[in-house]
Design a protein around this ligand. Structure first.
Ligand SMILES: Nc1ncnc2c1ncn2[C@@H]1O[C@H](COP(=O)(O)OP(=O)(O)OP(=O)(O)O)[C@@H](O)[C@H]1O
Ligand SMILES: [Mg+2]
Length: 237
């Protein structure tokens, strides 16, 4: 589903954000991009989403080479992707319903169908009672869940989530990870960027350890649990 071949990203020539990243993510995987602040996690997700362009190297998503098609194709590709932003990017003066539904409105889905899908997804994330609230008065955890609902409402083949549990306590983190597991079980490929070692307990299929823009190790775990394997290899600390 995602192939990166010798990808580099330099925002400025002096400090490369990503260096020589080669990575393969298969359909249906549940992957963590794991590393400290500044490691390049957000940059990596943005490259997969086509929101940033590589300085060098190739990125192929869903069989399409990001370097080779017209800009006008990007929105079509994005319809198959959901992105949970690190800073949510919610519209603060629109209701929770609108925040989630707008993504469907812009692709021309009928109002009744939008309503059905939005109510269903808000129920999934436990926000049925907040439909007509504006994000400004929601807690951090509730805003996080609106951002997740918006990213999954169009049933994407690929869900990219940037520190999706960064604002949550242990209990809510568990809830959100459970939700990601359910979405993954529907067949959605999931890539989560995190600095939180505790998330490694949630049985990813692969952990990509990033540091200073470089891949320090890729730990393929199947469904067994990444932390054990990673610790045994002595590379995640
Ligand atoms: N738009 C930008 N312009 C210039 N430099 C940038 C930009 N975005 C990121 N960087 C730099 O690239 C490097 C990687 O940043 P990135 O945001 O990808 O890290 P991160 O792993 O997501 O960190 P965090 O855990 O703090 O979110 C950092 O050194 C950062 O300063
Ligand atoms: Mg980040």
């Amino acid at each position: 589903m995602i192939q990166m071949l010798h990808v580099y990203k330099n925002y400025s020539p002096k400090y490369p954000a990503l260096s020589d990243i080669s990575l393969n993510i298969e359909k249906g995987e549940f992957v963590f991009i794991f590393g400290p602040s500044g490691a390049g996690k957000t940059t990596l997700l943005k490259l997969i989403f086509g929101a940033e362009h590589p300085s060098k190297g190739q990125i192929i998503v869903n069989g399409m080479n990001f370097g080779r098609f017209k800009k006008s194709t990007l929105p079509l590709l994005r319809r198959k992707m959901g992105f949970v932003f690190q800073d949510f990017k919610l519209l603060n003066h629109r209701t929770v319903f609108d925040n989630v539904g707008l993504a469907l409105e812009v692709v021309g889905i009928k109002k009744t169908e939008i309503k059905r899908r939005v109510l269903k997804v808000l129920k999934h994330v436990g926000l049925s009672s907040r439909i007509n609230t504006v994000p400004l008065v929601l807690s951090g955890g509730e805003q996080q869940r609106v951002a997740i609902a918006r990213a999954i409402v169009n049933e994407p083949a690929l869900l990219l989530a940037d520190e999706p549990t960064g604002n949550l306590d242990a209990e809510l983190t568990k809830e959100i990870m459970k939700l990601f597991k359910i979405i993954n079980a529907w067949g959605t490929t999931i890539v989560i960027a995190t600095h939180d070692k505790n998330l490694l307990n949630f049985n990813p299929t692969k952990v990509v350890a990033l540091e200073h823009g470089k891949i320090k190790g890729v730990f393929v775990t199947g469904r067994k649990g990444a932390e054990e394997t990673a610790t045994r290899n002595g590379s995640i600390n």
